[in-house]
Write a protein that binds this ligand. Structure first.
Ligand SMILES: [Zn+2]
Length: 408
């Protein structure tokens, strides 16, 4: 959740937005040595944490200090190693509490994270490696261009053998919104809008990408689990990157349009939706595979961080508020009828009209979200009290529906 803080100059609320920039680089020998040291320190801490059954940062740092002090590296890394180990141990504890069988964790890939001691200057990242000695990682033009913004602060860096990731933050003034739009996530589209306008972004490409991956991985016939794992992970990575790219194009446009129209973004809560597509629910294998390959969370993640970066407020509806979003007609409030023949369309007996299920959901969610906005922001309160909170009988509203292709 975003932190709100008062800016030192005015009374305007500022949001603290975070995101990361990632690039590739070539590690020098010194950085490789540091990566190894950090890796060993993390694993030492994990081992100590398990043997003493300690997962809290404080206890872990006290217990592991005798071990860590022997390493030859700047002290910031010793501190960050504990916090990384604490994170790994905390997630193990969570799994155990939930009854998921866990092995003893072990940090496999070398990696360094540090919050202090580094410096970004003249297009390079200066990484301390010892007393008064530094290594310089050149930043790509993309990374450097993002850091040009004087409001952007670099909070930490993470190095792996191939990539550098900078966590950056920015304080942005919150946009005063006059409207709300909701995002209805579906397998084949993202439907975004409110009473006035609904835009449907086509995502059928993502379904195709998932299916291609399944076909490609399934076409390998060699009976060797090691090779199969290798191939599956390679194509899985490719699948993730391609889907992320399609979603990136769409979410970027959604946030840009919302920012232009000063519209707050409402997100539904579809947690636990995977439970609907489990074995034994009477669905066929293909359908289940398709639904479980649906990356609905990624779309939400992208919309949230992009909106926050420009200062747009985002409201997450609770599960109760999300429930039944496509049950009632947004024009008259009558209960909608579904039919197998109508597929993803719904029929309103009162309006004598067929409506798109996703559009109905987006409109209803936007109205519910507007009520939530109204609790904290005065301009929308008046509108919401005027009767737009939920569809009222005899209050027809025409909606413009646009369709957009994800790739264009
Ligand atoms: Zn109706």
């Amino acid at each position: 959740m975003p932190k709100k803080r008062k800016s030192p100059t005015g009374s305007c609320l500022n949001l603290l937005a975070l995101k990361s920039v990632k690039q590739t680089y070539r590690p020098t020998l010194e950085i490789q040595r540091l990566l190894e040291i950090f890796h060993h320190m993390v694993n030492d801490c994990i081992e100590i944490g398990i043997s003493y059954d300690a997962a809290s940062l404080k206890r872990l740092s006290v217990l592991s200090w005798p071990q860590r002090r022997k390493y030859d590296c700047p002290s910031y890394y010793k501190a960050s190693a504990v916090s990384r180990a604490a994170g790994i141990l905390a997630s193990r504890k969570k799994s155990l509490r939930r009854g998921i069988p866990t092995k003893n964790p072990y940090s496999l890939r070398p990696q360094i994270t540090a919050y202090q001691g580094f410096r970004v200057k003249d297009g390079t990242l200066r990484v301390p490696i010892g007393k008064r000695s530094f290594e310089y990682v050149p930043l790509t033009s993309h990374t450097a261009s993002i850091l040009l913004d004087p409001a952007v602060m670099v909070r930490s860096f993470t190095l792996t053998p191939t990539s550098l990731s900078l966590c950056i933050s920015k304080e942005v003034p919150e946009v005063e919104c006059t409207e709300a739009i909701a995002v209805d996530r579906n397998l084949r589209n993202l439907t975004v809008g409110n009473d006035n306008r609904v835009i449907q972004y086509d995502l059928s490409d993502t379904v195709r990408i998932v299916q291609t991956t399944v076909d490609v991985v399934g076409s390998f016939r060699r009976n060797d689990a090691r090779i199969r794992t290798k191939i599956a992970s390679k194509y899985g990575l490719r699948r993730r990157n391609r889907i992320q790219h399609v979603l990136h194009n769409v979410t970027k446009r959604i946030v840009a349009l919302a920012f232009e129209g000063k519209q707050g973004i409402v997100l539904e809560n579809i947690e636990g939706i995977r439970r609907l597509y489990r074995k034994g629910n009477g669905q066929n294998k293909k359908y289940r595979g398709r639904m479980n390959g649906w990356s609905f969370w990624e779309a939400q993640r992208q919309i949230e961080y992009k909106a926050r970066w420009v200062g747009l407020p985002v409201v997450r509806l609770s599960r109760r508020e999300t429930r039944g979003s496509s049950l009632s007609c947004p024009r008259c409030g009558e209960r909608l009828q579904s039919d197998k023949k109508l597929r993803r369309k719904l029929w309103c007996g009162e309006c004598r009209m067929v409506m798109d299920r996703d559009v109905v959901a987006a409109i209803n969610l936007a109205r519910r979200g507007r009520v939530r906005f109204a609790r904290s922001r005065p301009p929308i309160v008046r509108e919401a009290q005027g009767g737009a909170a939920e569809a009222v009988k005899g209050n027809p509203t025409p909606t413009v529906i646009l369709r957009a292709d994800a790739l264009k």
